[in-house]
Ligand binder design. Structure first.
Ligand SMILES: [Zn+2]
Length: 432
């Protein structure tokens, strides 16, 4: 075919040739694989039936699988229980292909592309990169199934953490362990938002909140005394769930990362109340810090409302307030706000709210102290995480998620971005 093509056009189309050769190599490989899997020596002996009886050989049946080499057909023994008539193919269990038409290698590829981009794009990538033809729906199903399996493992760990049964971590003690949390909205299907109030009053919610947590460590500061995050030390957890459920999830992750042995512990977040409730409940003994940039944003947003038409005054006022904030003079800042007493009722409420916010979080805004200790005062890691872990994959235009689907993909992404997918996959093949 290749030489005929050359003669006809006088040119060698390399891409056409390499695709053609890869295709035929795959087909040759698939045929070898089919024979290997069908070899009598490779046949597995059956386990007793679930009902306890010994099963009997029934016949040899053929089976089709999509493998990394393309479709493969092979033969394996089929056994039936004489008591309850239940049939089984022990070979399928051994190969980890029970109830699926995809080989483990292909399922792993599908999970990898499905975690990274839309299922349709994943389908296209598999075709281009691996020469495999699958549907977008199949990518979705496999990626979800693996995400759900990862999550089931997590839930097992969380149960053990709840019962205080987690083993002590063997890793060396970390100098400083940080926990950051944040929430970010993900668009969900209509069904998932029925009966839920939205941000705008009277409107149903268009999104559901994903709670994201990250854990990382710090061992040192730079020459200027600024904190340095340990390279590759960040791990993530994320899910659409209640604060209570999420608290246990994050606690389990922190434990895994050496929480019990950390010399100093820090919880960083914005002003959201659920964050500090969880910090009090699950992370006692941690220094609590409100993200400085969120706090500054409160100042600037209030300034914009107070001095809507006077930019100079707005800047001056905000600069003074920001200075006080940066200096940890939260008391003075609250005093300024309390003395404002604007006539406009809505504005007065906003001022009250912010005064309350700074007063409530005063302890968490001792920025000069935190800085002197070489600690981070911004929650930039979790904010970046909101984009990389959640936004990039779950907030693309036209995407509407079910909670189940979103949580499966989040579990998968957290596992991958925390650099644990390899471990998961290994433990999975050991279990098989
Ligand atoms: Zn039986």
């Amino acid at each position: 075919m290749i030489f005929a093509g050359c003669r006809k056009t006088g040119q060698l189309d390399l891409e056409a040739v390499e695709t053609l050769v890869r295709g035929s190599m795959h087909r040759a490989g698939a045929s070898v694989l089919g024979r290997l899997l069908s070899a009598p020596a490779a046949q597995t002996s059956p386990a007793p039936c679930a009902c306890g009886h010994t099963v009997r050989y029934h016949d040899t049946r053929s089976r089709r699988l999509l493998t990394m080499l393309g479709p493969v057909e092979f033969q394996r023994g089929y056994f039936v229980c004489p008591q309850c008539r239940q049939g089984q193919s022990p070979r399928d269990r051994e190969l980890d292909v029970e109830g699926t038409e995809f080989s483990p290698g292909v399922r792993r590829m599908m999970a990898t592309v499905g975690a990274e981009s839309s299922f349709q794009q994943g389908r296209e990538q598999l075709e281009l990169l691996a020469g495999l033809e699958v549907s977008a729906k199949a990518v979705e199903r496999q990626a979800e199934a693996i995400g759900i399996d990862i999550e089931a493992g997590e839930q097992g760990e969380i149960r053990r953490a709840k019962q205080l049964e987690l083993p002590e971590v063997c890793a060396p003690a970390v100098p400083i362990l940080y926990i950051e949390m944040d929430g970010t909205g993900v668009p969900v299907t209509k069904k998932e938002r029925e009966g839920r109030a939205g941000k705008t009053e009277g409107q149903p919610a268009r999104t559901r909140e994903v709670k994201l947590g990250c854990v990382f460590t710090q061992s040192t500061t730079d020459q200027d005394g600024r904190p340095v995050r340990d390279e590759d030390s960040t791990s993530y957890v994320a899910a659409i769930e209640t604060a209570e459920q999420f608290g246990l999830r994050l606690y389990t992750e922190a434990w895994r990362r050496g929480w019990s042995k950390a010399r100093q512990k820090v919880v960083l977040g914005d002003g959201a109340i659920w964050i500090w409730n969880l910090a009090d409940q699950h992370f006692p003994g941690a220094v609590q810090i409100v993200d400085l940039y969120h706090a500054r944003q409160h100042v600037w947003e209030l300034a914009a409302k107070l001095f809507a038409n006077d930019e100079r005054a707005r800047r001056q006022w905000a600069a003074i307030c920001q200075y006080l904030l940066d200096q940890g003079q939260t008391g003075a800042l609250v005093l300024i706000l309390r003395h404002l007493r604007p006539d406009n009722e809505k504005l007065a409420q906003d001022v009250d709210k912010d005064a309350e916010y700074f007063a409530r979080n005063a302890e968490r805004m001792r920025y000069p102290e935190f800085r002197a200790q070489g600690l981070f005062v911004g929650s930039g890691v979790v904010e970046a995480g909101c984009r990389t872990v959640v936004g990039k994959r779950l907030k693309c235009s036209g995407m509407f998620w079910s909670v189940r689907g979103a949580n499966a993909i989040l579990a998968l992404r957290c596992c991958q971005l925390s650099d644990r997918f390899e471990d998961y996959w290994e433990s999975r093949s050991r279990a098989a």
